[in-house]
Structures are given as structure tokens and as C-alpha cells.
Ligand binder design. Sequence first.
Ligand code: CP3
Length: 336
Amino acid sequence: MRQAGRYLPEYRATREKAGDFLTLCKTPELACEATLQPLHRFPLDAAIVFSDILTIPDAMGLGLSIEEGMGPVFERPLHTRAAIDALHVPDPESETRYVMDTIRLVRRELAGAVPLIGFAGSPWTLATYMVEGRSSREFSRIKAMMYDQPGDLHRLLETLTDSVAVYLNAQIAAGAQAVMLFDTWGGVLAPKDYREFSLRYMRRIVGAMTRSPDGDAVPVILFTKGGASHLEEIADTGCDAVGLDWTVDIADARARIGGKVALQGNLDPNVLYASPARIREEVAGILESYGAGPGHVFNLGHGIHPGIDPGRVAVLVDAVHEISVEYHQKSGNSLQ
Ligand code: CP3
């Protein structure tokens, strides 16, 4: 998750070359370069396309800028029903063509070395940015809308659901070999509201995915940050894998849903501020907690912070490769 980014000096140089973050996303040669940078440094097992979840609201015309220290800001946040009604479903191959071009370019450059993951934001998570106009701690505007004008919010979520579904299918057509939905803010909802305003729309998106273009399965991964109390329902959407943040014990998650889906996670990215020995210990703890057998994709429980030393990421990746071997052998299925 966010394996490229500001913690890498070469990323900062590429962003400098582009001028700003959005221009970097919109220039396929540079976005391809940023995608591959972490893979040049570390023996990672997959690439994730360098992009952002806010490409869709940007294509809808909300006037996005992303400023250092500020995060994303929209010039025209959604404050009225009329503004919501006026939104269109962006055509992915024209209005976000740069993402598809980046995917095509990365696939060519990777030449099959590792699979490429595409992604999008969940409708609820996108809606939080579009209604608040920026990153938020309180979610005051969108929650007021949810409680007082639920019909307006549902209308917005419908348009976003259609947009995300065609966008991810276009990524699959362009060559994404797995797709991930980031529901970063699903965890700020009460359980009943999570079901009504986030989960049901993600379920629709999962159902709309082209799951096997050319006969190859394209796994769909759902990640709700703070979603520990909803794991069964998330696994029931029909997704293939569930992303976990670090607030859940992966052994519990496996007992609850491991028979149905693969699990991706779940190291606290802040562990990367600790010493190499502690990093190895924490990695070993997660691998031991999941236990033997297939179905675990080791990952961080959220993105890498800009202050992390890339050397510590190397320690992490090496520890996963070294220590996990034992658990594959224990599965009794070492031919897989
Ligand atoms: O190559 C990769 O590893 C993919 C990178 C990636 C980015 N954004 C690049 C990025 C991914 C997977 C995302 C998804 C994304 N974007 C999410 C969902 C995942 C999560 O983190 O919960 C969200 C909520 C966003 C929205 C967003 N974009 C925010 C809140 C910010 C500001 C973050 C900050 O620390 O300032 C962004 C900008 C962004 N997206 C950056 C990067 C590398 C930093 C921009 C910069 O270079 O200054």
C-alpha cells in the first residue's frame, strides 16, 4: 500500500521533474517511473500503479489540487443537490486515459516479472473528500448530509459506484491483474451506516467487475480501514481478498473469514520507525499469527509515512521473504 512516495528520494526527484503531484499522475512516462521505483530498490512481489483515488472526482470537474502539508483540496466541493445531480460518470478511456496509459506502459516495462495491481477509492471514501472539500477529522458536512439528506448522499454514491465500476473495468482491460478498493474512511461510520452508505456500494462494484478477461482471474481486494468489526460482511461481498489494518489480530481474522477469502496485511506502518531487530520480530509475529498455509499476502496495514527510512523497508521485505518460507513448507502443499 503506497509503496511509492515521498519516503523515497528518487520519488521526490520525479515529482520535482513533473512540477507537482497531479502532473506526475497525469504523465504516464513519469507515473510509470514512480510505479517501478520501489521495485528497483526492493524485491517486492507486486507493483501497484502510481496514481490516486481522487482521479475520479478530478475528472468530474471539482478542481483538485494536492498541496504538500495540506493534502488534497477541491475548489468546488459538493454543497447542493443540484451540484450532485449535475455530476457525470467520467469516460475512463478519455477522461482518465492517463491512468490506463500508465497501466499499459507499466505492464510492458514489467514484462511479466511481477503482477500489477490497479485501484480506486470506495464511493463513500471519495464522497467524503468531495463533500468536505479536503481531508477531514470530523466529517461534519458529509455526516450532516447523511443524517438530514440521505437521498442526496445516495444519489452521489450511485454516480460514484457507476464511475468506479467502469474505471476499474477499464484498468483491468488496460492490464491490471488485480484491483483494490480503498475504503479509507469506512471505519468512521456506525455499523448500520457502514452497511447502508459504504458496504452496499462496494458490493455492487465487486459484482460488476470483469473477473476473468482472457481467462486469467483478476482478484478483487477490499480494504476498509477500521473495518475489523465488519470482516464477515466484507468477505460476503464476493471479493477474493480482504485488506486488514493493524488493529485486528490476523489469527482472529483468519478464524473468522480465512475459509472464504485471502487476507492481506497487516503490519502497523509505524513499526518501520523501530530498529531492524524489532521490525523482524513484528514481521515474525504476524506470520506466526496467520500460521501455516496459503492465503496470506503480507502487507502494511496502511501507507508508508514520508519520514520512514527506506533502509527499514528493505529490512521488512527481506524479513518477510526469509521468515515466511517456513510457513509455506508447513502447509504440506509445498508444490504450490
Ligand atoms: O505507488 C503507490 O504505492 C500508489 C500510491 C497511492 C497514492 N495514493 C499516491 C499518493 C495510493 C494507493 C493512493 C490512494 C489514496 N489516495 C488513498 C487510499 C489509501 C489511503 O492512504 O488510505 C487516499 C485516502 C488518497 C487521497 C490522498 N492522496 C491523500 C489523503 C493525499 C495526501 C497524503 C499526504 O500524506 O499528504 C494524497 C496525495 C498522495 N497520493 C501522495 C502520494 C504519493 C502524496 C503527494 C505528494 O507527492 O506530495
